[in-house]
Design a protein around this ligand. Structure first.
Ligand code: NI
Length: 256
Protein backbone atom coordinates (compact mmCIF):
# COMPACT_ATOMS: atom_id res chain seq x y z
CA UNK A 1 0.00 0.00 0.00
CA UNK A 2 1.45 3.39 -0.91
CA UNK A 3 0.29 6.30 1.21
CA UNK A 4 0.46 10.07 0.84
CA UNK A 5 0.44 12.12 4.04
CA UNK A 6 -0.91 15.34 2.58
CA UNK A 7 -0.10 17.49 5.63
CA UNK A 8 2.59 17.13 8.28
CA UNK A 9 5.05 19.30 10.19
CA UNK A 10 8.29 17.31 10.15
CA UNK A 11 10.15 20.57 10.75
CA UNK A 12 8.53 20.88 14.20
CA UNK A 13 10.92 21.03 17.15
CA UNK A 14 9.17 17.97 18.62
CA UNK A 15 11.11 15.98 15.99
CA UNK A 16 14.49 17.55 16.77
CA UNK A 17 15.69 14.54 18.74
CA UNK A 18 14.81 11.85 16.20
CA UNK A 19 13.82 13.43 12.88
CA UNK A 20 15.88 11.03 10.74
CA UNK A 21 14.41 8.00 12.53
CA UNK A 22 10.88 9.41 12.15
CA UNK A 23 11.48 9.85 8.44
CA UNK A 24 12.83 6.29 8.18
CA UNK A 25 9.67 4.96 9.93
CA UNK A 26 7.47 6.87 7.50
CA UNK A 27 9.07 5.01 4.62
CA UNK A 28 8.77 1.67 6.41
CA UNK A 29 5.09 2.47 7.05
CA UNK A 30 4.40 2.78 3.33
CA UNK A 31 4.29 6.57 3.16
CA UNK A 32 5.77 7.27 -0.25
CA UNK A 33 5.15 11.00 -0.24
CA UNK A 34 4.35 13.73 2.24
CA UNK A 35 4.00 17.47 2.25
CA UNK A 36 5.72 19.34 5.06
CA UNK A 37 3.64 22.47 5.65
CA UNK A 38 4.99 25.81 6.88
CA UNK A 39 3.30 28.01 9.46
CA UNK A 40 5.51 31.10 9.14
CA UNK A 41 8.56 32.11 7.09
CA UNK A 42 11.20 30.35 9.22
CA UNK A 43 9.20 27.10 9.39
CA UNK A 44 8.52 27.30 5.64
CA UNK A 45 12.28 27.51 5.08
CA UNK A 46 12.84 24.49 7.31
CA UNK A 47 10.25 22.57 5.25
CA UNK A 48 12.07 23.52 2.05
CA UNK A 49 15.36 22.32 3.55
CA UNK A 50 13.79 18.93 4.35
CA UNK A 51 12.35 18.73 0.83
CA UNK A 52 15.83 19.39 -0.56
CA UNK A 53 17.26 16.62 1.59
CA UNK A 54 14.65 13.90 0.91
CA UNK A 55 13.21 13.20 -2.56
CA UNK A 56 9.83 11.99 -1.16
CA UNK A 57 9.26 15.08 1.01
CA UNK A 58 7.61 18.12 -0.58
CA UNK A 59 7.03 21.51 1.01
CA UNK A 60 4.40 24.19 1.39
CA UNK A 61 5.16 27.78 2.37
CA UNK A 62 2.76 30.17 4.04
CA UNK A 63 1.74 32.19 7.08
CA UNK A 64 -0.71 30.52 9.50
CA UNK A 65 -3.41 32.69 11.10
CA UNK A 66 -1.71 32.23 14.49
CA UNK A 67 1.43 33.85 13.09
CA UNK A 68 -0.33 36.50 10.96
CA UNK A 69 0.33 39.23 13.53
CA UNK A 70 4.11 38.66 13.29
CA UNK A 71 4.38 38.58 9.49
CA UNK A 72 7.08 41.07 8.44
CA UNK A 73 6.12 43.92 6.11
CA UNK A 74 7.76 42.19 3.13
CA UNK A 75 6.41 38.71 3.90
CA UNK A 76 4.66 38.43 0.52
CA UNK A 77 7.93 39.02 -1.34
CA UNK A 78 9.67 36.44 0.82
CA UNK A 79 6.84 33.97 0.23
CA UNK A 80 6.96 34.57 -3.49
CA UNK A 81 10.64 33.62 -3.52
CA UNK A 82 9.88 30.43 -1.58
CA UNK A 83 6.98 29.52 -3.89
CA UNK A 84 9.37 29.58 -6.85
CA UNK A 85 11.34 26.68 -5.36
CA UNK A 86 10.75 23.51 -7.43
CA UNK A 87 9.75 21.45 -4.37
CA UNK A 88 7.32 23.98 -2.91
CA UNK A 89 4.00 22.65 -4.15
CA UNK A 90 1.47 24.82 -2.27
CA UNK A 91 0.87 28.00 -0.34
CA UNK A 92 0.03 27.11 3.23
CA UNK A 93 -1.09 26.83 5.70
CA UNK A 94 -3.28 29.92 5.62
CA UNK A 95 -6.71 30.72 6.99
CA UNK A 96 -8.66 31.91 10.01
CA UNK A 97 -8.57 30.58 13.56
CA UNK A 98 -11.12 32.12 15.92
CA UNK A 99 -10.76 29.29 18.43
CA UNK A 100 -7.35 30.47 19.66
CA UNK A 101 -7.53 34.03 18.27
CA UNK A 102 -3.74 34.32 18.50
CA UNK A 103 -3.77 37.13 15.92
CA UNK A 104 -6.41 39.90 15.81
CA UNK A 105 -9.21 38.88 13.47
CA UNK A 106 -8.79 41.87 11.15
CA UNK A 107 -5.10 40.94 10.74
CA UNK A 108 -6.00 37.29 10.09
CA UNK A 109 -8.47 38.37 7.40
CA UNK A 110 -6.01 40.72 5.71
CA UNK A 111 -3.20 38.15 5.69
CA UNK A 112 -5.41 35.38 4.30
CA UNK A 113 -6.73 37.71 1.56
CA UNK A 114 -3.22 38.79 0.59
CA UNK A 115 -2.04 35.19 0.41
CA UNK A 116 -5.08 34.18 -1.66
CA UNK A 117 -4.14 36.94 -4.11
CA UNK A 118 -0.57 35.63 -4.19
CA UNK A 119 -1.81 32.07 -4.79
CA UNK A 120 -3.88 33.25 -7.75
CA UNK A 121 -1.03 35.38 -9.13
CA UNK A 122 1.45 32.50 -8.90
CA UNK A 123 -1.06 29.75 -9.79
CA UNK A 124 -0.38 27.77 -6.61
CA UNK A 125 -2.87 25.60 -4.69
CA UNK A 126 -3.53 26.64 -1.08
CA UNK A 127 -3.82 24.70 2.18
CA UNK A 128 -6.56 26.13 4.40
CA UNK A 129 -6.59 26.01 8.19
CA UNK A 130 -10.07 27.13 9.33
CA UNK A 131 -11.23 26.78 12.91
CA UNK A 132 -14.45 28.27 14.31
CA UNK A 133 -14.38 30.72 11.41
CA UNK A 134 -16.21 29.08 8.51
CA UNK A 135 -18.76 31.93 8.26
CA UNK A 136 -16.12 34.60 7.72
CA UNK A 137 -14.14 32.28 5.45
CA UNK A 138 -17.19 31.79 3.22
CA UNK A 139 -17.69 35.58 3.12
CA UNK A 140 -14.08 36.06 2.00
CA UNK A 141 -14.17 33.26 -0.59
CA UNK A 142 -17.54 34.33 -2.03
CA UNK A 143 -16.44 37.96 -2.34
CA UNK A 144 -13.44 37.06 -4.48
CA UNK A 145 -13.42 37.13 -8.26
CA UNK A 146 -10.69 34.47 -8.41
CA UNK A 147 -10.15 31.35 -6.32
CA UNK A 148 -7.08 29.14 -6.34
CA UNK A 149 -7.21 25.35 -6.09
CA UNK A 150 -6.94 24.13 -2.52
CA UNK A 151 -7.66 21.80 0.34
CA UNK A 152 -9.58 22.28 3.59
CA UNK A 153 -7.07 20.68 5.95
CA UNK A 154 -8.07 18.92 9.18
CA UNK A 155 -11.64 19.69 8.22
CA UNK A 156 -13.92 20.78 11.07
CA UNK A 157 -16.79 21.90 8.86
CA UNK A 158 -20.30 20.45 8.95
CA UNK A 159 -21.57 18.33 6.06
CA UNK A 160 -23.49 21.33 4.76
CA UNK A 161 -20.39 23.55 4.83
CA UNK A 162 -18.32 20.76 3.26
CA UNK A 163 -20.72 20.77 0.32
CA UNK A 164 -20.10 24.53 -0.07
CA UNK A 165 -16.33 24.05 -0.08
CA UNK A 166 -16.72 21.24 -2.63
CA UNK A 167 -18.71 23.56 -4.90
CA UNK A 168 -15.76 25.97 -4.78
CA UNK A 169 -13.60 23.15 -6.12
CA UNK A 170 -11.63 22.36 -2.97
CA UNK A 171 -10.40 19.01 -1.71
CA UNK A 172 -11.29 18.00 1.84
CA UNK A 173 -8.84 16.40 4.24
CA UNK A 174 -9.38 14.83 7.65
CA UNK A 175 -6.72 14.07 10.26
CA UNK A 176 -6.63 11.98 13.47
CA UNK A 177 -9.84 13.42 15.00
CA UNK A 178 -11.86 11.34 12.50
CA UNK A 179 -10.77 8.28 14.54
CA UNK A 180 -11.81 9.69 17.94
CA UNK A 181 -14.77 8.23 19.83
CA UNK A 182 -16.69 11.53 19.71
CA UNK A 183 -16.14 11.91 15.95
CA UNK A 184 -19.80 11.76 14.85
CA UNK A 185 -19.57 15.27 13.33
CA UNK A 186 -16.42 14.70 11.23
CA UNK A 187 -17.64 11.23 10.19
CA UNK A 188 -20.92 12.70 8.97
CA UNK A 189 -19.05 15.50 7.17
CA UNK A 190 -16.67 13.00 5.59
CA UNK A 191 -19.59 11.07 4.14
CA UNK A 192 -20.45 14.21 2.15
CA UNK A 193 -17.08 14.07 0.36
CA UNK A 194 -16.88 12.12 -2.91
CA UNK A 195 -13.81 9.88 -3.02
CA UNK A 196 -12.20 11.87 -5.80
CA UNK A 197 -12.02 14.92 -3.51
CA UNK A 198 -10.80 13.24 -0.33
CA UNK A 199 -7.28 13.49 1.12
CA UNK A 200 -5.70 11.91 4.19
CA UNK A 201 -3.19 13.54 6.54
CA UNK A 202 -1.63 13.35 9.98
CA UNK A 203 -0.99 17.02 10.84
CA UNK A 204 1.82 15.43 12.87
CA UNK A 205 3.21 16.02 15.48
CA UNK A 206 -0.35 17.01 16.47
CA UNK A 207 -3.61 15.06 16.58
CA UNK A 208 -2.40 11.46 16.90
CA UNK A 209 -5.16 9.06 15.80
CA UNK A 210 -6.68 6.29 17.92
CA UNK A 211 -5.02 4.05 19.19
CA UNK A 212 -2.17 6.52 19.75
CA UNK A 213 -4.28 9.48 20.86
CA UNK A 214 -2.40 11.84 23.16
CA UNK A 215 1.05 10.80 21.97
CA UNK A 216 3.30 12.62 19.54
CA UNK A 217 1.97 11.95 16.06
CA UNK A 218 4.13 11.12 13.01
CA UNK A 219 3.53 10.59 9.27
CA UNK A 220 3.69 6.77 9.53
CA UNK A 221 0.39 6.96 11.46
CA UNK A 222 -1.52 8.19 8.42
CA UNK A 223 -2.58 4.57 7.88
CA UNK A 224 -4.96 4.82 10.87
CA UNK A 225 -6.70 7.75 9.20
CA UNK A 226 -6.82 5.80 5.94
CA UNK A 227 -8.31 2.72 7.63
CA UNK A 228 -11.01 4.79 9.34
CA UNK A 229 -11.91 6.55 6.08
CA UNK A 230 -12.03 3.20 4.27
CA UNK A 231 -14.51 1.99 6.90
CA UNK A 232 -16.60 5.19 6.66
CA UNK A 233 -16.74 5.07 2.88
CA UNK A 234 -17.07 1.29 2.60
CA UNK A 235 -14.08 0.72 0.32
CA UNK A 236 -11.03 -1.52 0.78
CA UNK A 237 -8.09 0.38 2.37
CA UNK A 238 -5.82 -0.55 -0.56
CA UNK A 239 -8.23 1.06 -2.99
CA UNK A 240 -8.66 4.21 -0.89
CA UNK A 241 -4.88 4.47 -0.46
CA UNK A 242 -4.53 4.57 -4.23
CA UNK A 243 -7.36 7.09 -4.67
CA UNK A 244 -6.11 9.49 -1.98
CA UNK A 245 -2.55 9.17 -3.30
CA UNK A 246 -3.77 10.15 -6.76
CA UNK A 247 -5.86 13.02 -5.35
CA UNK A 248 -2.91 14.48 -3.43
CA UNK A 249 -0.71 14.22 -6.52
CA UNK A 250 -3.39 16.03 -8.55
CA UNK A 251 -3.81 18.83 -6.01
CA UNK A 252 -0.09 19.38 -5.47
CA UNK A 253 0.76 18.72 -9.12
CA UNK A 254 3.25 16.01 -8.36
CA UNK A 255 3.61 13.25 -11.01
CA UNK A 256 1.76 10.18 -9.63
NI1 NI B 1 -1.02 21.86 10.18
Amino acid sequence: MKLFDSHCHLDDEKFNEDRAETIARLREGGVERCVCVGSDLPSSRRCVALAEQYPFIYAAAGVHPHEAKDAPADYLDQLKTLLAHPKVMALGEIGLDYYYDLSPRDVQKRVVQEQLDLACDTDMPVIFHIRDAHGDMFDILRSRSRLPAGVIHCCSASAEMVREYLKMGFYISFAGPITFKNAAGPVFASQAVPLDRLLIETDSPYLAPVPLRGRRNEPANVRYVLEKQAEIHGVPPEELAEITFRNACALYRIPA
